[in-house]
Design a protein around this ligand. Structure first.
Ligand SMILES: Cc1cc2nc3c(=O)[nH]c(=O)nc-3n(C[C@H](O)[C@H](O)[C@H](O)COP(=O)(O)O)c2cc1C
Length: 325
């Protein structure tokens, strides 16, 4: 009998495949479909502080147009934030009732003071864990990398002080000294780091001369970024490593486990093929384990990490030199 169970951020998952934060996990039906599809856990769609702020600004403008007083603004502040948070905490509560797999809530905040309130309320609503989706596009010419990095540490410290459920941090690869930053973040007390988030990107319409957006879904080739970094950082961090981006099939899942991931998130492949695709990916993993005589994930997890490799330089090769000569 194969055992696909894994411990990830202090939670026991029946298998290492997680339905990542996305439209698929934005409502209870989607969460149920993900569980039926076979995943070991779900990360709910993030609650966005920017979204709340935008909603708030809309109400404020309306209130101003109606000539309402400052006290009313405060009332609206309370009301709007309350509504957004209430509907998200309700999602956590309902999802917990609807499925047996762990439910990880997710917050995307831009300002440190907002995080803590959200985090505590999600813990109270019954979330098994919390994933912090934190990213500041490094486009601000006035902020140094050191200042930006400090923002991450400040926010994490504040959240960890307030809640007891395990916290994962999902990051981008856009740090100037990525390996060091991953190691530093792993020592903050977070239970896991997820490498990496993938973002909404711009494109140009060259006929209309306007800015558009790219398709939101990843392609399998994008697995190369998390693969390299999970492999480089496995056994060099003080928390679990989760992986995200470009995992579309059983082979992708196996590669990231070999690199050293404790859990692997999937979004685009489930959105494109339906939640049932998770089962096919897990079947791919089981068949491969069977072929190789592995019984549990720990029989092979991290076997292709740099720390275990006989050719560690291969992981750091970045120039094509001889490849296309
Ligand atoms: C439509 C869509 C919505 C997403 N929403 C969120 C979100 O709210 N929070 C978050 O942390 N990541 C979000 N993501 C990013 C995914 O969780 C994931 O990290 C990314 O899609 C890369 O994984 P994939 O290659 O399996 O798609 C979203 C992705 C998509 C495609």
């Amino acid at each position: 009998m194969l055992d696909l169970a894994t411990r990830y951020m202090g939670l026991t998952l029946s298998n290492p495949l997680i339905a990542g934060s996305s439209a698929l996990t934005a409502n209870v039906d989607g969460v149920k479909r993900a569980e039926e599809g076979g995943v070991g856990a779900v990360v709910l769609k993030s609650i966005f502080e920017e979204e709340i702020a935008a909603e708030y600004e809309g109400v404020l403008a309306e209130a101003k147009a109606k000539g309402m007083s400052l006290e009313s603004y405060e009332y609206y502040d309370y009301q709007v934030r309350g509504d957004r948070i209430a509907s998200y905490t309700e999602l956590v509560r309902e999802a917990k009732k609807a499925v047996r797999i762990p439910v990880i809530a997710s917050i995307n905040c831009t300002y440190s003071h907002e995080w803590v309130t959200f985090a505590r309320q999600l813990e109270e609503a019954g979330a098994d864990g919390l994933e912090l989706n934190m990213f500041f596009l490094p486009s601000d010419l006035k902020r140094t990398s050191g200042e930006r990095e400090k923002d991450y540490l400040t926010i994490i410290e504040k959240v960890l002080k307030q809640i007891r459920i395990p916290v994962a941090l999902k990051i981008s690869p856009y740090f100037s000294t990525l390996a060091q930053m991953i190691q530093t973040l792993s020592r903050t007390g977070v239970a896991a780091l997820v490498l990496f988030n993938r973002f909404y990107s711009i494109d140009f319409d060259i006929e209309k001369l306007s800015v558009t957006s790219t398709s939101g879904l990843s392609v399998p080739a994008e697995i190369s970024m998390p693969l390299r970094w999970v492999a480089l950082m496995a056994r060099r961090v003080q928390c679990d490593l989760g992986a995200s981006t470009g995992v579309h099939d059983g082979a992708g899942l196996i590669k990231l486990l070999l690199a050293g991931a404790k859990a692997v998130q999937v979004v685009s492949a489930l959105m494109a093929n339906g939640a049932g695709h998770a089962r096919m990916m897990l079947t791919g993993l089981s068949e491969w384990m069977d072929r190789h005589g592995y019984r549990t994930l720990s029989d092979f997890r991290g076997a292709l990490s740099q720390a275990e490799s006989e050719d560690p330089a291969a992981y750091e090769r970045v120039q094509f030199m001889k490849h296309y000569a």
